[in-house]
Ligand binder design. Structure first.
Ligand code: NAD
Length: 310
C-alpha cells in the first residue's frame, strides 16, 4: 500500500502518477492536515511526502510503515532518527532541482537589483521615466559585475548559483564544512564564515537546515555584514532569525532580502517579514518548473523500486 500525503505540491495535474500506480495499491491525497496524517497513513507500508511532516509520533502510531520517500531535497520534514530506530529507510531526491533553484536565487536577486516588478507596475500605472511624476531614482538599479557573492553551503545548488554569479562577473566566496579545492579559481575561493559575512555584497543561503545551521543569519552575524548587503534564501526558512532580519531591513543595514522560504509555511499572517522594508517573498516555488518536477517524479519512482527490489 502506497500513500502520497500531499501530491498536489508535486503534481498539480500536469504529470502522471502511473509510475507509482504500477508499484502497488496507490492512494494519493492532494493535501493532508496534521490531524489526519496518522489516519491517512493507516496500515500503508510505503509513505510518500513532500512537505507534510512525518514525526516520531506518527512513526510510532503507524507500525506498518516500511519506507518513507520524501519528494524533495531537504528531508527535514521526517524525523529521520525515529525512522532509523525502526529501520525504516528514508529517501530524498538530491539532484532534481539544482538548476531550477540556482536560477530562482538569481531571479530574486535580479528583481532586487533592477526592480523589474516595480518599474513594470509603474508603466502599467501610466508612468514613464520622462514623466514629471516618475523618475527611475525611485527604484535605483544596481550592477552585479565586480561585486562579491557569499554562498553559505557550497553543494550542488550553491555551486550552480556560484557559476551563474561568476558568469555575471561576480567574485564568489564559499563557506562549507566540506571543501573541494578543485573548485577554487581566480573568481572563487572558500572562506571562513566571518570573512564571508564581512566581505560579501550579496549572501545566498544553500546549506541544509541542521541544528548547526538553524538561525545562522542572526543579529550577531548580520552586524558583521557590509552595510547594504542583500540576502537571498532559497534553502530553508529557519536558517534566518526573522525578527533580526526584519529589524535589519527596516534600519537599512540589509538593503533587501529575497526569500523563497520562511520559518513557518504557509507564511503566518503575523510574520514580521510581511511588514519589513524591501523584502521579496515567494511561496517556496524555486523547485517547481515542470522540467524539475518530472525529474523528481521519475527519481521518486526509481527510489521506491530500488527499495522494493531490496
Ligand atoms: P547539497 O547536499 O548538495 O549541498 C549542501 C551543502 O551544504 C553541502 O556541500 C554541505 O557540505 C554543506 N553544509 C552542510 N552543513 C553545513 C554547515 N553547517 N555550514 C556550511 N555548509 C554546510 O544540497 P543541495 O542540493 O545543494 O540543496 C541545498 C538545500 O537547498 C537543501 O537542503 C534544501 O533545503 C534546499 N532546497 C530548496 C528548494 C526550494 O524549492 N526552495 C529546492 C531544493 C532544495
Amino acid at each position: 500500500k502506497i500513500v502520497v500525503l500531499d501530491g498536489y505540491t508535486l503534481n498539480p495535474g500536469d504529470l502522471s502518477w502511473e509510475g507509482f500506480e504500477n508499484l502497488g495499491e496507490f492512494t494519493c491525497y492532494d493535501r493532508t492536515e496534521e490531524k489526519d496524517i496518522v489516519s491517512r497513513i493507516g496500515d500503508a507500508e510505503l509513505v510518500i511526502t513532500n512537505k507534510t511532516p512525518v514525526s516520531a509520533e506518527t512513526i510510532a502510531a503507524c507500525p506498518n510503515i516500511k519506507y518513507i520517500g520524501v519528494l524533495a531535497t531537504g528531508y527535514n520534514v521526517v524525523d529521520v532518527e525515529a525512522a532509523a530506530a525502526r529501520h525504516i529507510p528514508v529517501t530524498n531526491i538530491p539532484t532534481y532541482g539544482t538548476t531550477a533553484v540556482a536560477q530562482f536565487a538569481f531571479a530574486l536577486l535580479l528583481n532586487i537589483c533592477h526592480h523589474v516588478q516595480d518599474h513594470s507596475n509603474a508603466v502599467f500605472q501610466g508612468r514613464w521615466t520622462a514623466a514629471p511624476d516618475f523618475c527611475f531614482w525611485d527604484f535605483p538599479l544596481m550592477e552585479l559585475a565586480g561585486k562579491t557573492m557569499g554562498i553559505i553551503g557550497y553543494g550542488r545548488i550553491g555551486q550552480a548559483t556560484g557559476k551563474i554569479a561568476q558568469a555575471f562577473g561576480m567574485k564568489v566566496l564559499a563557506y562549507d564544512d566540506y571543501r573541494n579545492a578543485d573548485l577554487e579559481c581566480e573568481t572563487m575561493a572558500y572562506a571562513s564564515l566571518d570573512d564571508l559575512l564581512e566581505q560579501s555584497d550579496v549572501i545566498s543561503l544553500h546549506c541544509p537546515l541542521f541544528e548547526s545551521t538553524k538561525g545562522i543569519i542572526n543579529k550577531g552575524n548580520i552586524a558583521k555584514m557590509k552595510d547594504g548587503v542583500i540576502i537571498i534564501n532559497t534553502s530553508r526558512g529557519p536558517l534566518i532569525v526573522e525578527e533580526d532580519l526584519a529589524e535589519a531591513l527596516n534600519s537599512g543595514k540589509v538593503r533587501a532580502a529575497g526569500l523563497d522560504v520562511v520559518s513557518t509555511e504557509p507564511i503566518r499572517e503575523d510574520n514580521v517579514l510581511l511588514k519589513a522594508k524591501n523584502c521579496l517573498i515567494t511561496p517556496h516555488i524555486a523547485w517547481a518548473p515542470l522540467e524539475s518536477r518530472s525529474r523528481l517524479m521519475n527519481i521518486a519512482v526509481d527510489n521506491l523500486k530500488s527499495f522494493l527490489d531490496g
